[in-house]
Design a binder for this molecule. Structure first.
Ligand code: ATP
Length: 262
């Protein structure tokens, strides 16, 4: 599945949150969207999954204008793991994951054996089988994140959108979830804060700053000291991992940088 967005513009309360933004995710690619706090990552992601309607521009999935798809067609085509979780609801973990099967069901249709098997498999993949019958609201932040990822796996969509998928996760689950998501081969767009996670897993990165796309390319092309200084306002050195060959960013805080110069 291919996603294309062109010249997407969105203004809310006279603030231009997205300014002629373009992004492309090719079939099977894992693309990372990076940028400082408040740069527009969530806003762009919400616009792509139709939570927000752009004032101008086009978004298409496999050349089909997204605005022409019904909500059921959209839910079968793309699944979303949002930053805001579904707090305050009285469902078990398993019931939350079963919600991923809704786009495949008719009105009042019950769960089939196939649905139950898919849900069990999704829970197993994120390591949540043991807590399947626990209320979702009792889960820790990281467990909730894993449940929401399991729900999106159960949805079996061809395009996956993730807003900060490793938020709340300890390092073991950050790597496990990123391994899992990148390993299933589904076309994926993920907003990411951790630039080393982005470098390790993404085929390409798009950089957004103040609602404008300012750079794109492979992690190696994008994650350069000059860009990190201009966009994120940090000093950094970029190295290559000795064994994987992947780019690794070594950050220098202002204080460290000053003490090194002194
Ligand atoms: N509904 C809204 N009305 C007005 N301004 C908004 C709205 N939603 C977001 N914004 C503003 O748009 C800008 C971009 O916000 P957004 O959440 O997309 O950034 P982000 O890159 O995802 O940030 P973060 O890294 O902090 O999650 C921010 O300045 C935010 O305050």
């Amino acid at each position: 599945m291919k996603l294309q967005a062109e010249k997407v513009t969105l203004t809310i309360a006279e603030n231009r949150l997205l300014d002629e933004v373009g992004i492309e995710v090719k079939p099977g690619e894992f693309v990372g969207l990076i940028g400082p706090n408040g740069s527009g990552k969530s806003t762009l992601i919400k616009t792509i999954y139709r939570h927000l309607r752009p004032d101008a521009g086009w978004i298409s999935l496999d050349e089909q204008d997204l605005s022409t798809l019904s909500s059921r067609q959209t839910a079968r085509a793309m699944s979303v793991v949002q930053q805001e979780s579904v707090d305050g609801v009285d469902f078990t973990v398993r019931e939350i994951v079963m919600m991923g099967r809704y786009p495949y069901k008719g009105f009042l249709e019950g769960d089939t054996e196939k649905d139950r098997a898919i849900v069990a498999d999704a829970l197993d993949q994120v390591g949540m089988t043991r807590l399947a019958d626990q209320p979702f609201i009792k889960c820790s932040g990281g467990e909730k994140q894993r449940v929401l990822i399991a729900r999106s796996l159960a949805q079996q969509a061809d395009f996956l959108i993730l807003d900060e998928p490793t938020n709340h996760l300890d390092i073991r689950y950050q790597l496990q979830i990123m391994d899992l998501i990148s390993g299933i081969g589904v076309t994926t767009l993920a907003a990411l804060h951790d630039l080393n996670i982005a470098a390790a897993y993404c085929d390409r990165l798009f950089v957004i700053e103040s609602g404008r796309m300012v750079a794109s390319g492979t992690p190696e092309q994008v994650l350069r000291p000059g860009l990190l200084r201009e966009v994120f306002g940090v000093e950094a050195e970029v190295e290559r991992h000795r064994r994987t060959g992947k780019i690794h960013v070594l950050f220098l805080s202002d204080r460290l940088e000053k003490s090194l110069r002194a």
